[in-house]
Design a protein around this ligand. Structure first.
Ligand code: MN
Length: 440
């Protein structure tokens, strides 16, 4: 676990004024990473760190003289078109660059003017997926989601007997992962309508989102060498927001016996900013297991994991329909929850994923699985909020939604707050559903 250090001090202020505004996602205590360029510029994409409403262009910052000498090669590595090389450098490097940026961005820093010349306004920027994602694994870490979904698919047997012993996951697809702002055509596929004897082919009728966090692997492990739970977090670079779009009608027909396939692999949207585990250190929480639940097997258990394995990240899902956009009505909140309710921790996911000798590589991505809280209004997907589509959600303008319609924009937000500490945020993860091919 990462200890609190001078970069977390709540009293720190930046010479970038917008970083000191109370509601900002990006105060000097956060310093998340993205890959960006000036929108429409044709410039090369390169790594940056958010501060207030600005981005520090790290490749430029490496050369400007404002960073401590030991941090300059680290910032230079972030000048690449993806963060993989920096991610591979490991926790010591991530921490050293964070410290150097924190000191150089503080009120009163000696070389503020030189670093100010390396800032790009976020309002001028566009982003791309921040790493070359070799492999993407989607987990299932919310016991509340697993139970709610289980009731819909298997009323007699909602929670499978393996759930409290094995962190459940499946290998997903990385080619269709896009960054916030992504839009995609409603998928088409096979579905089996209730009572029918043969499947239909056509546009998905039960399109859903899944509120998840993305977990980026930093340093990998050699094939055949498991990562112990005590070492697991040092392999994790940081977290982003993730929407695992899901075609529920396609899923219901295809998922047995091998799990989801075309119902999941057409699009996954992530937020551009990766908040490091170091930035999240003040918001750690004990891992709480209900009384009577089994103790995890030894390779999934440690004292540190019990005491601080969870993270209190506030999460929110918002929807903006085409009609709301036309009326300039803003977006409406569908639900809110916290990551602290997850049943399996990040360290447990890394230890489990590698226990058989599987090698993780820098830039690999895990999805947390849909993060539903303990009550139904905290559910992270429409299939739960609407009881499988039977109880549509009513939006402020009177529109009803059982599942997503064409033109709908889904917005995920996340932030951390704790008395005595700065508020830090994840920015947003936004994606829009377009009509199916041949159906516009
Ligand atoms: Mn998922």
């Amino acid at each position: 676990m990462i200890e609190l250090n001078e970069t977390h001090a709540a009293a720190l202020r930046s010479w970038v004024e917008s970083a000191n505004e109370p509601g900002t996602d990006f105060p000097i205590q956060n310093l998340p990473f993205a890959v960006f360029r000036r929108a429409g510029s044709g410039e090369a994409f390169r790594g940056g760190v958010a501060i207030g409403d600005q981005i520090v262009d790290l490749g430029l910052a490496a050369q400007c003289g404002a960073l401590a000498p030991d941090a300059r090669p680290l910032a230079a590595a972030c000048g690449d078109a993806s963060l993989n090389r920096f991610m591979a450098m490991g926790q010591g490097a991530w921490s050293a660059l964070r410290l150097a940026l924190s000191r150089a961005l503080r009120m009163g820093a000696a070389d503020a003017e030189r670093l100010a010349a390396c800032l790009v306004a976020q309002s001028d920027a566009e982003y791309t997926v921040p790493a070359r994602i070799g492999d993407y694994t989607d987990f299932y870490t919310s016991v509340h989601h697993a139970t709610n979904i289980g009731k819909l698919f298997r009323p007699d047997n909602p929670l499978m007997p393996n759930y409290k012993w094995v962190p459940i996951g499946y290998h997903g697809r990385s080619s269709s992962i896009g960054v916030s702002g992504q839009s995609f055509a409603r998928p088409r596929g096979q579905t089996m309508p209730p009572g029918a004897t043969a499947p239909e082919f056509g546009p998905c009728k039960r399109l859903d989102y899944e509120l998840e966090l993305g977990i980026f692997v930093g340093a990998g492990n050699a094939s055949g060498e498991p990562v112990s739970i005590d070492d697991a977090e040092s392999h994790v670079f940081g977290l982003c927001l993730l929407n695992d779009w899901s075609a529920r009608d396609i899923q219901a027909w295809e998922y047995q016996p091998l799990g989801p396939f075309l119902s999941k692999n057409f699009a996954t949207t992530i937020s551009p900013w990766i908040v490091t585990l170091e930035a999240l250190a003040p918001y750690r929480r004990p891992l709480v297991r209900p009384q009577g639940d089994p103790e995890p097997l030894p390779y999934l258990a440690s004292e540190a994991n019990r005491e601080q394995g969870a993270i209190d990240i506030q999460l929110e899902v918002r929807l903006e329909t085409e009609a709301m956009r036309r009326a300039r009505a803003g977006s409406a909140r569908l639900s809110a929850t916290s990551y602290r309710h997850a049943y399996w921790t990040i360290a447990q996911l890394v230890a489990h994923h590698t226990v058989n000798g599987c090698n993780l590589q820098p830039g690999d991505l895990f999805g947390s699985g849909t993060l539903s809280g303990p009550t139904l209004d905290q559910a992270g997907a429409l299939i739960e909020l609407t009881a499988g589509g039977k109880k549509p959600v009513e939006l402020p303008g009177g529109e009803l939604r059982a599942f997503l319609e064409d033109g709908d924009t889904l917005i995920l937000r996340g932030w951390c707050e704790r008395p005595g500490h700065a508020r830090i945020g994840f920015g947003e993860c936004r994606g829009t559903v377009l009509p199916a091919r041949g159906h516009s």
